[in-house]
Design a protein around this ligand. Sequence first.
Ligand code: PLP
Length: 397
Amino acid sequence: MRLAERAIGISPSPTLSIDSKAKKMMAEGLDVINFGVGEPDFDTPDNIKQAAIEAIKKGMTKYTPVPGTDKLRAAIAMKLKEENGLDYQPSQIVVSAGAKHSLYNAFQVLCQEGDEVILPAPYWVSYLEQIKLAGASPVIVSTRASEGFKLTPGDLEAAITGKTRIIVINSPSNPTGAVYTRSELKALGEILEGRSIAIISDEIYEKLIYDGLEHVSIASLSPGLKEHTVVINGLSKSHAMTGWRIGYAAAASPVAKAMADLQSHSTSNPNSIAQAASVEALQGAREPLREMVREFNRRRDYMLERVNAVPGLSCSKPGGAFYLFPDMSPYIGKLYNGKKIVGASDLAAVLLEEARVALVPGVAFGDDHCFRLSYATSMEKISEGMNRIEKLLAQIK
Ligand SMILES: *Cc1c(COP(=O)(O)O)cnc(C)c1O
């Protein structure tokens, strides 16, 4: 059977494939420390599970409106107002099967052949594929570790052409943990305002933020920016609900309508039970979330200290998410057992095979001088994994 060109061009998610390789090795009885994970290791809080059980008992097991139940969309509108200073009608909100699905819908309804999408690198892997699937061309703009991996107004200005239709902003960022400040977003916003460029603002790590930093949605900075922004968020990371598959987008009415119409021909509504549970997640107790953030903060501090103590590795302090993105370039060109290390991919392969530590090489995010370490795992595992990394890197000459 012939595959469509569109399908042949897709590369599978490298983060998911490393995670599954590590899990397979573990299932074979190998003692693997998995720093490749992209989800909280905490369980979904009990009040949320209970709400799902109630929803089943009450028979909420049928189709719902395609963009989500009235109740959930009202709860999301309330959240956006109270926590982000964003005024949306429930009708401007589209709930989908995870934020990844919301992003997919957004690119599909906003991009066409010949359009350029500005994608700051390091970037989350799925943006690149989703942009291409929508027929547009990604314009990758590298950011620098010395600038906290954040896009500067100068970089943005230089990347804009007559074909630029969209820019992707992901704060806090996966993989770098970078958090844009209000004034940094303002500076980018000033360049974007008045040029009809849409902003896709992926705010999925909003709640996982440290050191008293403030999450700011670029849409909240001015009515003009709000009009041009699609805000993407979801419950996966904030409420340890990755398996429930609930994400959402908030956008100008015609965009929200187009996304819902597109979804009406693919998945229809997201899972009805997960939607009921999400209402509880948004309105119920906050303590489990605060507890999770405290624990992530503790792990980040410890892992960062361990990473920076390894000769040849350097990592700046990320303000959010649950990843470190250290630079390993002093190892490039050196040898492990006679094998040359050309980039972080070789290092990741050696670490998995020889030290049984799984991590994601930066090539997956557009920068192979670095690799991504997830601290969504226990302190004991972080400690043991860092011991192994330290020991193995000492053998690279
Ligand atoms: C995890 C993640 C998502 C998607 O999460 P869903 O589970 O699909 O809600 C979106 N963007 C980034 C940057 C992520 O890391």
